[in-house]
Design a protein around this ligand. Structure first.
Ligand code: 5RP
Length: 225
């Protein structure tokens, strides 16, 4: 199976996983990226079974609307039944690195507002130790150099993601060469740097469920301890 076919398989599995949880007034949180795009495509097939969605990016919102799926502002909904999104890396605690698509801040916000976070990923995203994928950090533009210097002190090699402006009008710094043994500690340390909006570690609040696609099928993983 190709990586794309694995992404399709987990997106389809996510529909099967969430469908029984949805009611006529349910809101579905929708993530960003190529795996989330397949989820959006399949979500259109059950669009009559829930009220609407909250999207974690303008791109996903556009895709949802184009398929006739209602999209609400986060501030206008009371609750989100489930949030479905991809990841760049996951470990067995379901701690994630996210933000390859620069949507990490809105993704973290929508995840935080959801009753359940279902992560969907192809098997290439499974790692023993987080950090091979550079950690994305959303930064207020004027703080770029300061934040980069502080990230070096934390042991990383920060690289400005040229030409990218987030949906919030900020920039992204990708931090290379991190070997993340304690993801909750690093998530906290990076967020404490003045000028950081948030970082792409989802460890303080990891995913609740991971649907991960391998050659021999989609596995359902729940966080350990
Ligand atoms: C976007 C994200 C994505 O979930 C992550 O980059 C995975 O993307 P893909 O599904 O294309 O592999 O965090 O900000």
């Amino acid at each position: 199976m190709t990586q794309d076919e694995l992404k399709q398989a987990v997106a389809r599995a996510a529909i099967d996983y969430i469908a029984p949880k949805l009611e006529a007034d349910s809101i579905v949180g929708v993530g960003t990226g190529s795996t989330a795009n397949y989820f959006i495509q399949y979500l259109a097939e059950i669009k009559g079974k829930f009220d609407g969605t909250v999207a974690s990016s303008e791109k996903s919102a556009e895709r949802l609307k184009a398929l006739g799926i209602p999209v609400y502002e986060l501030n206008s909904v009371d609750a989100i039944t489930v949030y479905v999104d991809g990841a760049d890396e996951t470990n067995d605690k379901l701690e994630l690195i996210k933000g390859g698509g620069a949507a990490l801040t809105r993704e973290k916000i929508v995840a935080a507002c959801s009753d359940e976070f279902v992560c969907i990923a192809d098997g290439s995203k499974w790692v023993d130790t987080l950090g091979k994928f550079p950690l994305p950090v959303e930064v207020i533009p004027m703080a770029r150099s300061h934040v980069a210097r502080e990230l070096v002190k934390l042991g990383g090699d920060p690289v400005y993601r040229e030409g990218v402006v987030t949906d919030n009008g900020n920039i992204i710094i990708d931090v290379y060469n991190l070997h993340i043994d304690n993801a909750t500690e690093l998530e906290t340390q990076v967020n404490q740097i003045v000028g950081v909006v948030t970082n792409g570690l989802f460890a303080l609040s990891p995913a609740d469920v991971l649907l991960i696609g391998f050659e021999d099928g989609v596995k359902t993983v729940r966080a350990k301890g």
